[in-house]
Design a protein around this ligand. Structure first.
Ligand SMILES: [Zn+2]
Length: 545
């Protein structure tokens, strides 16, 4: 252990010397405050068994937020919420149970009955003990998208009030590269969007048709994700009575009951599709157990020297999955990479700003958010209840998971083409002899799947970036072994600090994250969304306020 650490830190300090001798605008005092020893220590502590997998509402929650507060104090950051380091996030935990574990669809020509979990999942986020949907008419709405900028409206000319809509996942661009943003998924492709839109249309329920390729995950993920209690924000009012998923097989049975070909899904992928009432009725009853409680976002700031009212917000979610099903005798989901690594990066970046020769002119905010794993809830709450005015918030820089395999030449921006922060990423990367690339699988909609997205939804450009895949160390056995050692740890109890992990790449990524924010803190302009982004209009609106 000791030997390895010494070796890594030697390598690390060699690199450091190279950086500080070049004159490309890097703040070497700031960068040398970011150290592998302290970083590793933060990660190790936060992901130790003592924190019990950092699940909101548990003892692990209290321990974690107190630990983060203590670090913020030790780093001489001031409280971010008036005189407090906390922002209380009221949440509700709901467990929905269908009273009859079957769902029956009644058509003119007969009935189709399907089984809970095998064929469908269902729930309700309404704060009601009993949910009753009685003889609700089914309407097939294709993708269930209303997107004026892409000339698309699946709800045109149809009233779905009180009805249950059946919708496909993803967006038309996945099937026709002339539509939407080709194979880069837009927010309209996310299942969360489909639920929101159906609620806006006044629907009583939504059933999404699962498709492994279009969803980018199998039915098992839907099934396990919809088993057990779900967390939600208390004040969420954009909700239908019931939300659920059905398998492709079930959808085909429903179409056949309606007397239409399952080719209808092909038609719905093309321009000009019109929603179709299926002349089928569905009823269901759910028992909803819910309890309200609160967790906390932890927030601190470092005041800007000349424009303190303008803020740059670094985020990292502190929560993970808690204690769950044991794998190889281990039931604690430590979440070292996901996301003790991100929270620890907040501390290192704070140190760098404190040590910088050129102090930030804008205020730097450090925000560790709760309940990301439960649906990006802590950041959603912040975006809806912002402590700093949205039109003075320059950018969000989000850190969620790092790569402990090794340093890479490239960095990968998730949702490339969305925001002008990318221009800063590109320039900063070049200072470190690195290059910016897009993500490897844009059709999975990664841009909509971490906390920066809640900032995006209120018009603030957010950056979500990870290390790339072009390892500087080429083809060595050690590298291959580290790659193997990392595999299969995502959301598993084995996401815990391993002595074979290589933190050098993480440190390089953190320096880059620092430099992007540091550069932005010295600017006078506000980055916006790019011309082609579906959030450009929202961005314009925010900037004109
Ligand atoms: Zn995460």
């Amino acid at each position: 252990m000791f030997l390895v650490t010494v070796l890594i830190s030697t390598l690390f300090s060699c690199k450091q010397t190279v950086n500080s001798t070049n004159t490309n605008g890097l703040d070497s005092s700031a960068l040398s405050a970011i150290t592998i020893e302290t970083y590793k220590n933060y990660v190790t502590q936060l992901s130790s068994d003592e924190f019990m997998g950092r699940m909101p509402f548990t003892k692990g929650d209290t321990l974690t937020v107190e630990y983060i507060k203590k670090q913020f104090e030790d780093l001489k950051l001031t409280p971010g919420n008036q005189d407090s380091y906390f922002q209380e996030v009221p949440m509700v935990e709901t467990t929905s149970t269908p009273t009859n574990k079957k769902l029956t669809f009644k058509g003119k020509s007969g009935e189709v009955t399907i089984n809970h979990l095998d064929d469908y999942v269902i729930g309700s986020r309404k704060l009601k003990e009993k949910i009753n949907v009685d003889n609700s008419e089914l309407v097939f709405v294709g993708f269930g998208i209303v997107a004026p900028e892409f000339n698309w409206n699946d709800y045109e000319g149809i009233d779905v009030k009180g009805k249950t809509v059946v919708a496909m996942v993803n967006d038309p661009g996945m099937y026709n590269k002339n539509l939407f943003k080709a194979d880069t998924m837009t927010y309209y492709g996310r299942w969360t969007y489909k639920y929101e839109e159906a609620a806006r249309q006044g629907a009583a329920g939504v059933l999404l048709i699962h498709d492994t390729k279009a969803a980018s995950y199998g039915w098992n993920v839907v099934r396990s994700g919809w088993t057990g209690p779900q967390l939600n924000l208390v004040n969420d009012d954009l909700l239908t009575e019931i939300e659920g998923w059905i398998t492709t097989e079930t959808a085909n049975k429903i179409f056949s009951l309606a007397g239409i070909s399952s080719d209808i899904q092909e038609t719905a992928k093309k321009t000009g599709f019109k929603a179709i009432p299926l002349d089928i009725k569905v009823s269901t009853e759910l028992n909803n157990d819910y309890r309200t409680s609160q967790s906390n976002n932890v927030i601190a700031k470092l005041e800007g020297t000349s424009r303190p009212d303008e803020v740059i917000i670094y985020t990292a979610h502190w929560d993970h999955l808690g204690i769950g099903e044991a794998v190889n005798g281990d039931s604690i989901y430590n979440g070292a990479i996901d996301n003790a690594a991100g929270v620890a990066a907040l501390f290192e970046i704070a140190k760098a700003f404190q040590a910088a020769d050129k102090k930030p002119e804008r205020t730097i905010v450090f925000l560790a958010v709760t309940a990301e794993e439960q649906g990006l809830l802590g950041s959603a709450y912040y975006a809806e209840n912002p402590i700093f005015p949205l039109n003075k918030t320059v950018a969000n820089i989000n850190m969620d998971a790092f790569n402990a395999i090794g340093a890479t030449r490239d960095v990968s921006v998730v949702g490339i083409g969305q925001t002008e922060i990318e221009d800063y990423v590109e320039k900063s990367a070049a200072k470190f002899d690195r290059v910016m690339k897009g993500e490897s699988n844009p059709s999975s909609g990664g841009f909509y799947r971490s906390d920066h997205f809640n900032f995006v939804k209120v018009g603030i450009p957010g950056l979500f970036m990870g290390s790339g895949s072009d390892y500087i160390e080429k083809g060595s056995e050690a590298l291959e072994q580290r790659k193997k050692a990392m595999a299969g740890r995502y959301h598993a109890p084995s996401d815990q600090v391993d002595e074979n992990w290589d933190f050098t790449g993480i440190i390089e990524d953190i320096k880059l994250f620092f430099d992007i924010g540091h550069t932005l803190s010295l600017e006078k302009t506000f980055p916006n969304f790019k011309e082609k982004s579906e959030f450009r209009e929202l961005g314009n609106k925010r900037l004109s306020q």
